[in-house]
Design a protein around this ligand. Structure first.
Ligand SMILES: N[C@@H](CCC[C@H](N)C(=O)O)C(=O)O
Length: 279
């Protein structure tokens, strides 16, 4: 059966959005998601996102399959795209709609802003090694500036969970990183039992950094919202940045704040509709 979809992107991190509001399980299988995401034989995307009925008093539920068919807990750029998709489905003005969204990482709150962007309350970062999870240090400790052997080299990494796991490495020149070679070795390293998203960060100033990412289940992408949030948290934890910063990704900038009032992370960025179709 053909599935109706709308494609969106957040800074080039692109997703196929499916209206799944009439049933509480995804209407397609992970195998079909892999086929839809294929950039040569399918629609082409980094993942498929489903808008499902809300659970636990939320407005909606978001589920997502990565382009390899695996299911992550959360997706930052994806939840901005979901908010835009919901506003389009509901036929609202897209001016200031606000949603509570149930995800496998807890409740997230995206709000459309008057300038056409989406600001998301991404919740509190989880910092203990057992929560990431990683075996780089004991489960009740923070994995901050821990050594790890990857590709014949010792890297110093900081791990942060934004509901999904991230491993952040600060480098002098982010353009020099051989991401396609190193990324899969981080992703599948035995220190990360649920695999890992890997971000390389070059700090430009206390409120600005450049980032490149290798995503678990999707490979190199042009942007990663949860990764940008995790990177800011890691930069604060290691004394490199202040709590509000611009994270420059290959696809464009995201504004990230780790509030010192409620300890929650706020992400602001765009969500663009590309086209609709049937597959
Ligand atoms: N691109 C996303 C993250 C998508 C999930 C990730 N690949 C994972 O497996 O955790 C974002 O913008 O956060």
């Amino acid at each position: 059966m053909a599935i109706e979809f709308t494609k969106y992107h957040g800074l080039g991190n692109d997703f196929i959005l499916v209206d799944n509001r009439s049933t509480s399980t995804p209407v397609i299988t992970p195998e079909k998601a892999i086929a839809m995401c294929d950039r040569h034989f399918g629609i082409g995307a980094d993942g498929v996102i489903f808008a499902l009925p809300g659970e636990n008093d939320t407005d909606y539920t978001m589920r997502i399959f990565n382009s390899d068919g695996s299911e992550p807990e959360m997706c930052g750029n994806g939840i901005r795209c979901l908010a835009a998709f919901l506003a389009d489905l509901e036929g609202t003005s897209r001016k200031s709609d606000k949603y509570s969204i149930h995800t496998l990482a807890g409740v997230m709150r995206p709000q459309l802003t008057f300038d056409g962007e989406v600001k998301v309350d991404m919740g509190e970062p989880r910092l203990l090694a057992g929560e990431i999870p990683t075996t780089l240090c004991p489960p009740d400790q923070k994995a901050v500036e821990q050594p790890i052997e990857v590709a014949g080299k010792t890297w110093e990494v900081t791990c942060v969970s934004m509901g999904n796991p991230h491993c952040i490495t600060f480098v002098d020149d982010v353009a020099a990183i051989k991401l396609a070679e190193i990324g899969p070795q981080f992703e599948n390293h035995p220190a990360f039992p649920q695999k890992i998203n890997t971000e390389f960060i070059q700090v430009i100033s206390r409120d600005r950094m450049k980032m490149r990412v290798w995503e678990r289940g999707a490979g190199i992408t042009l942007a990663c919202g949860t990764g940008a949030c995790a990177a800011l948290v890691a930069a604060v934890l290691t004394g490199r940045c202040d709590r509000i910063a611009t994270v420059e990704l290959p696809g464009g900038p995201l504004e990230i704040e780790w509030s010192d009032i409620d300890q929650r992370v706020y992400m602001t960025g765009p969500a663009e509709r590309v086209f609709t179709g049937k597959f």
